[in-house]
Structures are given as structure tokens and as C-alpha cells.
Ligand binder design. Structure first.
Ligand SMILES: Cc1ncc(COP(=O)(O)O)c(C=O)c1O
Length: 424
């Protein structure tokens, strides 16, 4: 081996991931940038308590019942083997869960399939809808549509496969709804990815009468698939907190699937269990892709998820109680400082236009405000264009953290400038 030879193995990388330009891109992934800035602040101010209202992850962990079910299953040889297409019991329990929680009937054998959480399921569904095969050409590029801002995985993975990703903006001016009629011009639209309730805006589209019915009919007429990410569907603060699924919309099963997981529903982000439910033909295609690319989800965790769903109301009741109290406090303190916010329809984020001035500074965009808040006040938030998002899942009680949520809110109140101005 010649030590002087410079090897650039990126030559071997696929174009979809950047090819030889992989890693050149100076635009760092948003969450990595925030984590890096947070680390730098903490290193520079080791004794200062950072208030992390940023990325947002449930941290309390799953219920004791969930933990015990997983531990018990781990000790049973019947859960040792390849999971293949998963636990039949989980599929059955999910079907019962959909009946009890949403009043919809699903067939556990043809309409339910497990996944390693929503993120990998989105990746598999992207392959189902966008795998170009050898018929692809620039004139017949597959198109998919996503909301912007939104959870990025569906769009990112689709563009790696060469698909054209059509962006549907969600803005405050339009009540955070998206206009899918812009897709009328599309020649080769295969799928629309929708998040419900939406992240980051917290919007629940079913609050607009007829929204879902018209969207489903639009997709039916054009034979376009609807992929609905319902990660936060049990964290809902409208309609007396009753959960909603797009699967209950008449005709939805002709065109779509919904995705759920234990991450937010059971406070169990590390469990990596979820389920895709809906149209049997899409489920069959998803199953094939799942089988081709994975040997299935850990059986003990599937068992833990199934046990937890059979005791669901008790578990979700506590999780919701904690978030609704926290969100109420967070909304109040932000409103006190002039943020034009209200309780979200769902989810655990508060989304707002970012201020343009305050604390003796002008902010050109939400990124500038985020940097000011972090670097000068030790408060973490997440910018999206001209908007800023705060999560109520802030960790408390540990080293370097506020002692309680109340203390975090009091500290936020003190650290936010008194004179924030908003261009509305
Ligand atoms: C809208 C949305 N979908 C999916 C996920 C990830 O879900 P999972 O942990 O099941 O992969 C997240 C996580 O933040 C999310 O916000």
C-alpha cells in the first residue's frame, strides 16, 4: 500500500447520497447543528443550567408494565428466533386497539404490519412508491408530495431514489393547512405524505370540516397513495382529547395507510416498534419490502408493545396529563412575552412566528433568534424558516438540568427578553 496515495472512496458512493460530493455540503442537518451549538455553549458555561426546549424527545421512558413485559419475554426461548413478519398477537391487539380507540374495523391479517418505528417504515414505503426500476427516465420521474416544514424522512429518502419531491408549504396565513390542489399539474404523482397532527405546527386537519374527505376523494380519483404519519395521534388537545385517525375517513382504505409507533404513544422511543395499518394492497407491498430488507422487529419488544396496548388507557392517560399541563404552562409564558401562540391541536410542541427584535438585537430570521437564545440565554429552541418551535419535553431533575418543569418555566420567563417584537 502506498501511504502517499490519497484515496477518496466517495467515488464509490451513489449519486442519491451525494456521490463524490458526499460530506462537502456545509449545510449541516438542523438537529445536528442545534446539538453542536448546545454542546459548545455547555462547554463554555459548565455551571449554567441550559433550558432545552429544543429537539423534543419523551424522556420519562415506558411504563413499568411495558418494561416487565419485555423482560419476561426476553427470558422466554420462544422469543429468541427470527421475528420474520412479526408476532401475530401484536397484529391482533393492534386491530382491537383501532376498534377501541378510533371505532374502525381492521383485518389483522391483511391490514396490519409491524415496523421498527415510523422512520424505517417511511423508508420502506418510499421504496414501495418510488423505486425507479429500469423504466425510469428524466421525463417520467416519480413525484411525491410533502408538507414543508415537516418531518423530513419521506422527502429525503424519496429524492435519494431520484423522485421529484413537491413541497406543499404550511404557513400561519393559511392556518397551517396545506394546499394539495397545487399538485394538479403533476404528471406522475405517486404518493402524498401527511403528518397528523402535524409536526412542527401541531395542526389537526380534521378541525377543518371536510378537509380529509376532500383529500381522500382527490387521491381516489387520481389513484395517488396517502401515507399518513400519526406519530402524535394520541397526544391531542381538541375534541375533548379524543384521538383521531385518517383511517376513519370514508374511502381512506382505498388509497392509504397510517403509521403509528410506541415512541410517543408509550413514551418508548428506544422500543422501536410500530405498525402500518390500512389498504391491504399497500400493506402487502410494504410487507414485501420489509421482508426483503429486514428480518423483522425484536419479538420481545413486540410482545411488550402488545401487552401495553391491552392496558392502553391507563398508560396514555398519565402521559397526556403530564403533557397537557406542561403545554399549558409553556403557552402561557410564551404569550406573556408576546409570542402569538395558543394551545396546539396536538403533539408536544408550541410553534410560533419568531420575533424580529428584542434584547437590543434585531433577528433577520428564526435561526438568528435561536442562536441569540442559546448563546446569550442558554435556551434551546428549533428554527424553521421564520418560525420557532419549543418542545415541552424538556428534561428536568438531572445534573445540569432545571429541578422541575415549574423551575424551567420560571427560568424561561426570566431569560426571554421583555421587549420582543413580532412582524405580524
Ligand atoms: C412526525 C414524526 N414522525 C415520526 C417520527 C419518528 O417516529 P419513530 O420513533 O416511530 O421512528 C417522529 C419523531 O420525532 C416525528 O416527529
Amino acid at each position: 500500500m502506498n501511504p502517499l496515495t490519497q484515496v477518496d472512496i466517495r467515488r464509490a458512493f451513489g449519486d442519491g447520497i451525494g456521490g463524490a460530493h458526499f460530506g462537502d455540503d456545509s449545510t449541516e442537518y438542523l438537529f445536528s447543528r442545534i446539538k453542536r451549538l448546545r454542546r459548545a455553549f455547555q462547554q463554555a458555561h459548565p455551571n449554567f443550567k441550559v433550558l432545552d426546549f429544543g429537539i423534543g424527545e419523551p424522556y420519562e421512558g415506558p411504563s413499568q408494565l411495558t418494561r416487565q413485559a419485555v423482560m419476561a419475554a426476553t427470558n422466554q426461548p420462544e422469543f429468541d428466533g427470527y421475528p420474520d413478519l412479526g408476532l401475530e398477537r401484536l397484529r391482533q391487539v393492534v386491530a382491537v386497539h383501532f376498534g377501541e380507540q378510533f371505532g374502525v374495523n381492521v383485518d389483522p391479517s391483511t391490514q396490519v404490519q409491524d415496523c421498527w418505528g415510523i422512520k424505517p417504515a417511511l423508508d420502506a414505503l418510499v421504496k414501495v412508491f418510488c423505486a425507479p426500476g429500469n423504466k425510469s427516465s428524466l421525463t417520467s420521474r416519480i413525484q411525491v408530495a410533502v408538507t414543508v416544514p415537516g418531518y423530513p424522512v419521506f422527502g429525503t429518502q424519496a429524492s435519494k431514489l431520484g423522485a421529484e419531491v413537491i413541497q406543499m408549504p404550511v404557513t400561519r396565513e393559511h392556518s397551517y393547512l396545506f394546499d394539495y390542489r397545487v399538485l394538479e399539474q403533476c404528471q406522475n404523482l405517486h404518493a402524498i405524505y401527511v403528518i397528523s397532527p402535524h409536526n412542527p405546527t401541531g395542526r389537526a386537519y380534521d378541525q377543518v370540516p371536510g378537509f380529509w374527505e376532500t383529500l381522500v376523494e382527490w387521491c381516489r380519483q387520481r389513484q395517488v397513495a396517502l401515507v399518513v404519519d400519526e406519530a402524535y395521534c394520541h397526544l391531542r388537545w381538541v375534541d375533548e382529547d379524543r384521538p383521531f385517525t385518517a383511517l376513519s375517513v370514508p374511502g381512506f382504505t382505498d388509497v392509504g395507510v397510517v403509521l403509528h409507533s410506541v415512541s410517543k404513544t408509550l413514551n418508548w422511543t428506544g422500543g422501536r416498534v410500530g405498525w402500518v395499518v390500512g389498504n391491504p394492497t399497500i400493506i402487502a407491498a410494504y410487507r414485501k419490502e420489509y421482508e426483503d430488507s429486514s428480518s423483522g422487529q425484536t419479538l420481545a419488544n413486540q410482545h411488550g408493545a402488545a401487552e401495553s396496548l391491552t392496558h392502553f388507557n391507563g398508560i396514555i392517560g398519565l402521559i397526556r396529563k403530564s403533557y397537557i399541563e406542561r403545554l399549558g404552562r409553556l403557552v402561557d409564558v410564551l404569550r406573556k412575552h408576546g409570542f402569538p401562540v395558543q394551545m396546539p391541536d396536538g403533539g408536544f410542541f408550541v410553534f410560533s412566528p419568531a420575533p424580529t427584535e428584542g434584547g437590543g438585537q434585531a433577528f433577520t430570521d428564526a435561526e438568528a433568534f435561536m442562536r441569540y437564545l442559546l448563546n446569550e440565554q442558554g435556551v434551546v429552541s428549533v428554527p424553521f424558516g421564520s418560525n420557532i418551535r419549543f418542545s415541552c419535553t424538556i428534561k428536568v431533575g438531572g445534573q445540569g438540568q432545571p429541578e422541575s418543569f415549574d423551575q424551567a418555566i420560571e427560568a424561561l420567563d426570566q431569560r426571554l427578553p421583555q421587549d420582543l417584537k413580532f412582524a405580524l
